[in-house]
Design a protein around this ligand. Structure first.
Ligand code: BMA
Length: 365
């Protein structure tokens, strides 16, 4: 960033010249001094008992406040679909993402693209040559180029009425160390994975040079070594945030030990590289345990300098976040009331910002 600051026009100059992505990065770094943000996937669209009610949110119904971070999903945009793979209209995704940013929140996009080779879903792992085939010279290279263009065209519309670019965290090709997506570990070589990441990132950065904050998010691994992590890591110059997607699918003990082990490794790595870490997806499906938030997850989050934690979506059939009808409601209120858990009101510009050499206006719009 080249910000020319003179003493009398510091504010004006910095507002004009600091790219939105850098403001968001600074904001993420600064907020970390106050605790960790609560995020929720698809929060404004539907919950366990409602769907598409304007300004509703399960988080808000439980706590009175919105999440600090909202996650949105792009899967389907590559096909030119009107709705994403979870049936949310893209017009609404655009509207709610912008609205959340303008109310002072932070937004992040994930992408579960269809399988470009077979035409199947993102989980179609029947063919191990997909990644190889989307790279330059591959049989699906042209199709993938069109898909990238469609993603960029949509993301270019994430801006304010005045046309100002809104910054967001982008988290492509996640959970690559598992093998349930077509870009998974057993479906491509490390070189192919990195080439795909670079292809996508370089294209997106060219189209949207100022508002993407890149997140690299492996799944819970349990036994990271630096050598293994580096195999598919795009590089310090290509990643701002190091994430971890971690669900308690099995026993509580395995989850706790696995997540503590991963966060220990990722935090050490990230500290050396000067990067924040986050639990970019997390949760336990369908809330079977009334004290899970404060008894299981919170103590882990408290022990590591994570920037945010984001439970996945609340769909009646599969839910991960808080909701008013769930047995976890009271425990989640305790989680919300803890001084180090940050919701929208805690992260709004002007609140909780130790200003350093920047000001809250600069960090926001
Ligand atoms: C998965 C599940 C799917 C969903 C996908 C993308 O983890 O929630 O039902 O389609 O994420 O949001």
């Amino acid at each position: 960033m080249a910000v020319l600051i003179t003493s009398c026009n510091f504010h004006r100059e910095a507002i004009v010249t600091t790219p939105p992505a850098e403001r968001l990065q600074h904001r993420i770094d600064t907020l970390r001094n106050h605790g960790y943000m609560f995020g929720h996937q698809d929060d404004p669209f539907y919950g366990t008992t409602w769907a598409y009610c304007k300004d509703s949110s399960d988080t808000k119904l439980v706590t009175g406040d919105y999440p600090a971070v909202m996650g949105f999903e792009l899967g389907g945009i590559e096909m030119g679909d009107e709705k994403n793979l979870d049936s949310v209209p893209f017009t609404l995704i655009r509207e709610e993402a912008i609205k959340h940013y303008l109310r002072g929140g932070i937004i992040t996009f994930s992408w579960h693209p269809r399988n470009p080779l077979t035409g199947g879903t993102t989980w179609d792992v029947s063919d191990t040559t997909v990644v190889e085939n989307i790279l330059p010279g591959g049989s699906q290279a042209e199709k993938f180029a069109l898909w990238m263009e469609r993603v960029a065209t949509f993301l270019e519309t994430i801006k304010s009425k005045e046309g100002r670019r809104i910054p967001f965290i982008l988290r492509p090709f996640h959970e690559y160390n598992g093998s349930w997506f077509w870009w998974g570990e057993k479906l491509c070589t490390a070189e192919q994975y990195r080439a795909m990441w670079n292809l996508f990132q370089d294209y997106m950065n060219e189209k949207l040079p100022t508002n993407i904050v890149w997140s690299f998010s492996p799944n819970l691994q349990g036994n990271w070594t630096e050598e293994k992590f580096l195999e598919r890591y795009p590089g310090n110059d290509r990643v701002f945030l190091i994430g971890c997607d971690a669900y308690q699918w099995g026993t509580e003990e395995d989850f706790v030990n696995g997540l503590r082990s991963d966060l220990t490794f990722l935090n050490e790595f990230a500290q050396k590289a000067g990067k924040p870490i986050a639990l970019t997806e997390c949760g336990i499906q369908n809330s079977p345990d009334p004290t899970w938030w404060t008894r299981v997850l919170k103590p882990i989050c408290d022990d590591f300098p994570i920037s945010y934690m984001l439970p996945w979506r609340n769909y009646p059939a599969e839910h991960f976040g808080p909701a008013p009808d769930l047995c976890t409601k009271d425990d989640f209120i305790k989680f919300y009331e803890a001084p180090n858990t940050l919701f929208l009101e805690d992260v709004k510009p002007g609140k909780n910002m130790t200003l350093g050499r920047d000001s809250s206006e600069i960090i926001w719009m």
